[in-house]
Design a binder for this molecule. Structure first.
Ligand SMILES: C[S@@+](CC[C@H](N)C(=O)[O-])C[C@H]1O[C@@H](n2cnc3c(N)ncnc32)[C@H](O)[C@@H]1O
Length: 394
C-alpha cells in the first residue's frame, strides 16, 4: 500500500484528503478521496495518512505534511527538535557515516542525512521500511540514505563511523516494555555495540536503570516542553561528561552537566522553591542544579531545591513560598478558602497524593490562583502554599 500511495492515483487521493482536512471537514475528506480513486483500500489508506499527518505536526513540524506514517512508527518517532540536535552533535564530532539500526519511519535517519551524514538505515518490519524509504525520497535525501529491510543484529557495520540504535520498547499490544532484555533489538545486542563501533549512540527510555550506564559513557536525559522524552547513552569518543540534562523549550535548548553522584547541601525551607525539570532529576543532577541557584534541599531524598533569591533558570520552575499550611484535608480546605484560592496547581514529591482527587476534595472557591507543594521534611508531611515567580525575576 505504501507503493500505491506513491502512484499518481495515490498522491491525488492523499492530496484530496489533505485539502479537505485542512478545511476541517472530515466528511468532505471521505468524499474527496472516493472521487480521486475508485479503490476502497487506497481511499482508506489515504484518509489514514492524512489523519496521521495532522497528528504528526507536533513532532515533525512543517515536514509532517510530506511524510508517510504507520501508527506505531509515528508514536515511536523521535521529535525533529531532538533528532536534529543529536545529528548535529554527531556531525560536529566528525562522524560522516552512521548506521541507524531499527530506523522506524525514519525520523532520526532524516535528521542524520540533513546534517550531512551518509546513513545506512536498517528496519526489520517491511511496511515500516517502505515508509522510511518513501520519507527519505519525499525529503530528497535518497543520495544520502540506503534503507534495507533486515534484522539489525545481522548488519555489517564495517566502514561505519557511528552506530545509532533506538530499540522498540513496546509490546504488540502497545504496552511499554520496561525490561531492557525485552527491547528489540535486545539489551544483550545493544551493550555489545560500542565494542564493535566505539562511537555508539543509544536512545533509551527515560526510566532506564542508571546501573546500565557503561563505564566512561555519557548518559543524557532530554526533556521537551517539560516532558522527559528520552535517555541517550553516548559512548566512546562521543562521551563528553558523565551526565547531562538537556532541557528544550520551543527551539531553545540548555544543558546542565555533572557527575551524577554529587549531593546537595541540606538545610531548611527557604523563601524560594525550585522544582527541577524532570531531565535534571532523572540525570541525578539535582546537586549541580542547586549550586546554580545557590540552593539546598530541605530533605536529602526529595528533589525540591530551596534558596533565598529568585534566579531565572531554564532547569526548573521557581516558586515563592507564601505560607506553610497545616497538612490535612479539612485544615487545607479552610486555609485555601481564607486565601481566596479558586485555581490551584498541585505539585508533590515524597507523599502519596492524587492531585486531581485532592483538588476536587478541596472544593476550592475564590478569585486567586496558587501552587500547592506537598512534600515531606524527614517524616513530616508538609504543605507549602506558593506562587509562581514572574518570568524575568532574579
Ligand atoms: C523505536 S523505533 C525507531 C524509531 C526511529 N528512531 C524514529 O525516530 O523514527 C524501533 C524500530 O526498530 C525496529 N526493530 C526492532 N527490532 C529490530 C531488529 N532486530 N532489526 C531491525 N529493526 C528492528 C522496529 O520495527 C521499529 O520500527
Amino acid at each position: 500500500m505504501v507503493a500505491r500511495l506513491q502512484t499518481a492515483e495515490g498522491r491525488a487521493a492523499l492530496a484530496a484528503a489533505d485539502e479537505a482536512l485542512d478545511r476541517g471537514d472530515p466528511l468532505a475528506a471521505a468524499q474527496a478521496v472516493r472521487t480521486a480513486t475508485s479503490d476502497p483500500d487506497l481511499a482508506a489508506a489515504a484518509l489514514t495518512q492524512a489523519t496521521l499527518r495532522r497528528r504528526a505536526v507536533g513532532k515533525f513540524g512543517a515536514d509532517a505534511g510530506r511524510l508517510l506514517y504507520t501508527r506505531t512508527g509515528l508514536e515511536q518517532a523521535t521529535r525533529a527538535v531532538v533528532a536534529d540536535r543529536r545529528a548535529a552533535r554527531l556531525a560536529d564530532a566528525g562522524v560522516r557515516t552512521v548506521a541507524d539500526l531499527g530506523c522506524g519511519i525514519g525520523a532520526d535517519t532524516l535528521a542524520f542525512a540533513r546534517a550531512g551524514l551518509t546513513v545506512r538505515a536498517v528496519e526489520a518490519d517491511p511496511v515500516t521500511a517502505a515508509v522510511a524509504s518513501a520519507n527519505v525520497a519525499a525529503c530528497g535525501l535518497d543520495h544520502m540514505v540506503s534503507v534495507t529491510c533486515a534484522d539489525a543484529t545481522a548488519t555489517d557495520l564495517s566502514g561505519i563511523d557511528a552506530v545509532f540504535c533506538d530499540p522498540a520498547r513496546r509490546e504488540a499490544s502497545g504496552r511499554r516494555v520496561v525490561n531492557p532484555a525485552a527491547f528489540s533489538p535486545p539489551w544483550s545486542f545493544l551493550r555489545q555495540l560500542p565494542a564493535r563501533v566505539p562511537a555508539t549512540v543509544l536512545k533509551l527510555t527515560p526510566g532506564i536503570d542508571h546501573a546500565l550506564i557503561p563505564e566512561g559513557a555519557e548518559a543524557e536525559w532530554v526533556s521537551v516542553d517539560g516532558d522527559v522524552v528520552e535517555a541517550t547513552f553516548w559512548h566512546g569518543p562521543l562521551a563528553a561528561v558523565p551526565r547531562r540534562a538537556t532541557v528544550i523549550t520551543g527551539t531553545a535548548a540548555h544543558s546542565l552537566t555533572g557527575s551524577g553522584v554529587a549531593t546537595a547541601p541540606v538545610a531548611g525551607v527557604r523563601r524560594y522553591l525550585y522544582d527541577p525539570d524532570g531531565a535534571v532529576v532523572r540525570a541525578h543532577l539535582v546537586a549541580e542544579f542547586a549550586s546554580t541557584v545557590d540552593g539546598c534541599l530541605a530533605d536529602a531524598r526529595i528533589a525540591y531545591v530551596f534558596a533565598d533569591a529568585p534566579v531565572a533558570t531554564p532547569f526548573g520552575t521557581a516558586l515563592e513560598v507564601v505560607a506553610q499550611l497545616p497538612y490535612g484535608l479539612k485544615a487545607l480546605r479552610s486555609a485555601l478558602r481564607a486565601h481566596g484560592i479558586g485555581a490551584l496547581e498541585i505539585r508533590k514529591r515524597g507523599v502519596a497524593v492524587e492531585p486531581d482527587r485532592l483538588r476536587r476534595e478541596l472544593r476550592l472557591s475564590g478569585d486567586e490562583s496558587a501552587t500547592l507543594v506537598l512534600t515531606r521534611l524527614g517524616a513530616r508531611p508538609t504543605a507549602l502554599l506558593c506562587r509562581r515567580v514572574a518570568a524575568g525575576s532574579g
